[in-house]
Design a protein around this ligand. Sequence first.
Ligand code: ATP
Ligand code: MG
Length: 272
Amino acid sequence: MPVLLVTREQERLGGAANVALNVKTLGGQVTLLSMVGQDEPAHRLTDLLRAQGVNAVLGQDPRLQTIVKLRLIGRSQQLMRVDFEQEPDHEVLSQMLADFERELPRHDVVLFSDYGKGGLAHISRMIELARIVGKPVLVDPKGSDYSRYAGASVVTPNRAELRQVVGAWQDETDLHRKADALRVNLGLQALLLTRSEEGMSLFQADRVEHVKAQVREVADVTGAGDTVIATLALMLCCGLSMAQSMEISNRAGGLVVSKFGTSTVSYDELFV
Ligand SMILES: Nc1ncnc2c1ncn2[C@@H]1O[C@H](COP(=O)(O)OP(=O)(O)OP(=O)(O)O)[C@@H](O)[C@H]1O
Ligand SMILES: [Mg+2]
């Protein structure tokens, strides 16, 4: 069997924690709501978040393993990924809803990063609570049932994710029709389709806008989606329009894919 001799280890925030880190790196204030087990990775996660200055409210469930993705890399090539994860249960999820209600008044924007791990069981109620107080809600979606995102301000699928929900499109006209139908059906203010090297398309009630991807040397595409939605949230928070926010997020996405190994963009990289 193959044997890997470990010479170097690196720990990084992943999933929703990476989105939170992106907000922080851009100069925003953020609180991460998530859940963990009662194990060593939970401590490591807490330490990493603290070191980066990301506030976190982490529900603990002793029956849960903290989600870890262990990547085995040899000669710059990923050989295998080992995943530690389980579905969280009822109690910790109810606690999370209570945490959400408590944190909501202190925040201007709500961002859901749906990685399909079961942590967003109460997302519909959370969206409702945020909307009642008029706060923008952004969702990075997962899966084929978007009904639970109804009422959000903007949902940001990539091409494959949108295709999973509305089916393949023949051409741009067909895409426009399908995207609009979904947007209306879910009562969204906007649907933002991220299209990798094709940039982005923003579907709103009275218009569609496209931006071209910033042409760059692509080094590492992972995490572009996280950077994009974090930037979008922060720009909306600053009072920019959806279209202006898209423009800047697209630039952030282009910057992050041109970097190897880092999945965040700083304020200076984006604006100076
Ligand atoms: N190859 C690329 N060249 C230029 N820009 C890119 C490229 N890939 C991604 N981007 C930028 O990042 C945005 C998001 O990328 P993409 O649509 O691949 O999201 P995603 O699939 O959610 O990403 P992730 O890999 O993080 O899940 C794009 O809309 C674009 O602005
Ligand atoms: Mg994504």
